[in-house]
Write a protein that binds this ligand. Structure first.
Ligand code: ADP
Ligand code: MG
Length: 355
């Protein structure tokens, strides 16, 4: 217990700071997985395999065929604020990678057991390293903490075990593994639809059947079909729109007026980052409400590209939300486009039923 009456202000120890920060960035297993997927895509991977045990709490493993990590960088890999992606603060305005804070792997290493196996094109072998609290650690007491060579293909495999072992209250709060797994499948599915030219697979540890499998050359409709089913895939229309004044481009696949689901499915990407926006969701729902039967909702996959200097990606360490200029105008333009697409389909249906 803290002594009462002692008001002396003292700095927190670094490991306490790191653990607090980690708990903020990684709230559930799916948040760790999102960071790992983003790292693999940043690394130019075209194939991504995810294996999960106990909703990600026991095991989260992601294997990619990206550019790999240099052996010499392994000692710094899990230090907080070490990154190969951002140099100056101003670069944030034009950042094209998902990552930039160098916090993800550091955070994970403070709240889980983390193992990396990686090989670059230049290296003659793969290297395995284990981490705890930001630093290389020996696999077993008495062994060396230095990375060990082994056979392996180019790319990176990150294994995260016993997530939240160091935050027992958080770990106990997870009631249902299948709920956490559903969130993971949803997150993999979002990226599988958005990341063209990248193949994805996701399965539970020890099972041979995959929950999700998308081949590298699948088209966008193929991807929507694989993740959300044939019905939705058959009822989506594709449109694009742009506006120079508000500095944005939109590329979308949305369900038509003949089809609805019980709960809105919104897959939103802003500058290729999976984000959430209650403002966009509300506006889209309201737009569809006049076209769909009561209680019916749309499927919307919306990829927005906004001029980087109009977007602030650094609103929160989780990067789950972004701020951008002229939000109202951009939302209005998108809803206008949806309205005219829905009207088109509506007239074609009237036309069909009349003949
Ligand atoms: P950030 O992505 O913000 O740079 P991370 O902690 O997520 O921070 O990753 C730290 C660094 O580790 C990255 O900048 C990158 O150089 C390297 N890295 C992480 N994951 C991978 C991967 N799958 N393939 C190649 N390099 C990776
Ligand atoms: Mg990252």
């Amino acid at each position: 217990d803290l002594p009462r009456g002692s008001r002396k202000i003292q700095p927190l120890a670094q490991d306490v700071i790191n653990k607090i920060a980690a708990g903020e960035i990684i709230v559930a297993p799916v948040h760790a997985l999102k960071e790992l997927i983003e790292n693999s895509v940043d690394a130019g991977a075209t194939q991504l395999e995810v294996v999960v045990k106990d909703g990600g709490l026991k095991l989260l493993q992601i294997t990619d065929n990206g550019h790999g990590i240099d052996k010499d960088d392994l000692s710094l890999l899990c230090e907080r604020f070490t990154t190969s992606k951002l140099k100056a603060f101003e670069d944030l305005q034009s950042i094209e990678t998902y990552g930039f804070r160098g916090e993800a792997l550091a955070s994970i290493s403070h709240i889980a057991h983390l193992t990396v196996v990686t090989r670059t094109a230049e290296s003659s072998c793969a290297w395995r390293a284990q981490y705890a609290d930001g630093k290389l650690v020996p696999p077993k007491p008495g062994q060396s903490a230095e990375p060990k060579s082994q056979a392996g293909r180019q790319g990176t495999q990150i294994t995260v075990e016993d997530l939240f072992y160091s935050i027992p209250t958080r770990r106990r709060a997870f009631r249902s593994h299948s709920e956490e797994y559903a969130k993971i499948i949803d997150m993999v599915g979002r990226h599988a639809i958005h990341c063209a030219h990248v193949g994805f697979s996701c399965k539970k540890h020890g099972e041979s059947a995959r929950s999700l499998q998308i081949p590298v050359n699948a088209s966008t409709v193929d991807r929507i079909r694989a993740v959300h089913g044939t019905q939705i895939a058959n009822e989506v229309v594709h449109w694009t729109t742009s506006n120079e004044r508000w500095g944005f481009k939109a590329d979308a696949w949305v369900s038509n007026a003949n089809y609805s689901v019980k709960k809105t499915i919104l897959l939103l990407f802003i500058n290729h980052r999976a984000v959430e926006s209650s403002a966009i969701k509300k506006a889209i729902d309201a737009t569809y409400a006049t076209f769909l039967p009561k209680g019916g909702h749309p499927f919307v996959y919306l990829s927005l590209e906004i001029e980087p200097n109009r977007v602030d990606v650094n609103v929160h360490p989780t990067k789950r939300e972004v701020n951008f200029l002229n939000e109202d105008e951009i939302i209005e333009a998108i809803c206008d486009e949806i309205r005219s697409e829905l009207a088109k389909v509506d007239t074609s249906r009237t036309f069909l039923t009349q003949t």
